[in-house]
Design a protein around this ligand. Structure first.
Ligand code: SF4
Length: 414
């Protein structure tokens, strides 16, 4: 086992930057489930800095169940940047990335990871695992980081034609080969019992989250978008832990309780919004403006869509391959468009807002096609240009004016 003594200093450096910052946390959650989820993520974040932990950096669409079955701590560097977006770390890391020739045209999440690594603020990985889709830049950034840390890099090549058994086999073989290589590096075998447990926790958590998404179809909405977006279930690192089962169960119970107490206690909604992509993590102002001031409730957001089936521990690699391939962002844009139009129907959506994060080609590519499809259904679409973690060009006033005009349009339709 490699002991990474350097992680103690990496953590100290990170904390000293956060301590210098006078800004408080951006969000204060009222739901107990949200508070517990934040606590779990903070503990996982910290676990990646333990010198004797075996740490795998993972990109957003790499499943985590196998990691937990093998005592591997997953570290999601782009997610870490969003957790730290309310500190000066992001601007500092982006400046460092710029000085090191990372183009400003690239996504700020990826540049922030590069800069934070050059500043030696993130925990040194033992391995890095990335998927070739859905993020354009992540394979290159992960490759660069593997060179920087001299750590093994696994790139899972996702086939464009996803919907057939050859695609599942092709991906399953890669996952199996990766696990064999990790077993060799760790000097221990994947325990089938531990795997069964991790899959079972993941399936149970999935079942609660599907029920939560079902409750959210209710009018009035039992959950605000502000409370929901940060779950980011589609990319979360918590699948396969026992704790996330309790947290999603609690969230389900809290929503049921809200609904049973009285429909009148649910937030009043003038409009139901579908939110695309992520949000600005350094400020809640825009979401608050939308939901509190204008009563335009985010009824659903695609980052919480669960498209995969239950995992099957009897064929783990094929099962995880199917989980990855279920992502609607894979293959022809029709795949993605169909799921988005399904949300419009299921969640009785009045208008769609796309938070167009700078540099995310993957998400931006869908805009024109979605606009045309929504227009045919007379559903307005607003594109809010911005950046999820870099607040230096953030213009709250401009966004509020755009939101006002958009809601006026929605009002005219009612
Ligand atoms: S925002 Fe888009 S480009 Fe940036 S890390 Fe996420 S998927 Fe990749």
């Amino acid at each position: 086992m490699i002991v990474h003594e350097e992680r103690a200093n990496q953590f100290k450096r990170l904390i000293s930057i956060l301590r210098e910052d006078k800004r408080g946390p951006a969000s204060a959650f009222t739901l107990r489930a949200s508070q517990r989820r934040t606590g779990l993520m903070a503990r996982l974040f910290q676990a990646a800095y333990q010198p004797d932990a075996f740490v795998a950096w993972r990109s957003p669409f790499v499943p985590t169940e196998l990691f937990y079955a093998m005592d591997i701590v997953p570290f999601f560097p782009e997610g870490a940047c969003s957790m730290l977006a309310n500190s000066r770390l992001v601007a500092q890391a982006l400046d460092v990335a710029k000085k090191n020739y990372y183009s400003g045209d690239a996504c700020s999440f990826l540049r922030c990871v590069a800069g934070a690594s050059i500043e030696d603020l993130f925990p040194a990985p033992d391995i890095l695992v990335c998927t070739s889709i859905c993020c354009d830049g992540a394979p290159k950034m992960f490759y660069n980081m593997s060179k920087r840390y001299k750590a093994d890099y696994f790139l899972l090549d996702i086939p464009y034609n996803y919907n057939n058994s050859e695609a599942v086999d092709y991906l399953a073989r890669q996952i199996e080969a990766m696990i064999k290589a990790i077993e060799k590096k760790m000097g221990k075998k994947l325990d089938p019992e531990r795997l069964r447990k991790a899959f079972s926790f993941s399936n149970e958590a999935r079942s609660y989250f599907l029920r939560i998404n079902e409750l959210r179809r209710h009018v009035p909405a039992p959950l605000l978008g502000k409370e929901a977006i940060d779950c980011a279930a589609a990319v979360a690192s918590t699948w396969g832990t026992e704790k996330i089962v309790d947290i999603y169960k609690l969230l389900y119970d809290e929503l049921k309780e809200r609904m049973e107490r009285s429909n009148a206690s649910l937030p009043e909604a003038r409009y139901r919004i579908l939110w695309r992509h992520l949000r600005p993590y350094y400020s809640d102002a825009i979401i608050d403006y939308l939901e509190n001031r204008h009563k335009a409730i985010i009824a659903f957001e695609e980052i919480n869509y669960i498209p995969w089936d239950e995992l099957d521990a009897d064929e783990p690699y094929r099962s995880l391959a199917r989980k990855i391939l279920a992502n609607p962002g894979i293959g022809c844009l029709r795949h993605w468009l169909d799921s988005t139009m399904g949300f419009v129907e299921d969640y009785k959506i009045d208008g769609v807002i796309e938070f167009a994060h700078w540099g995310c080609r993957h998400s931006d590519s869908m805009f024109q096609i979605l606009k045309t499809a929504l227009k045919a259904r007379q559903i307005p679409l607003l594109k809010l240009d911005g950046d999820c973690i870099d607040n230096r060009d953030y213009s709250e006033g401009r966004m509020k004016i755009q939101i006002d005009a958009f809601l006026e349009l929605l009002g005219g339709k009612k």
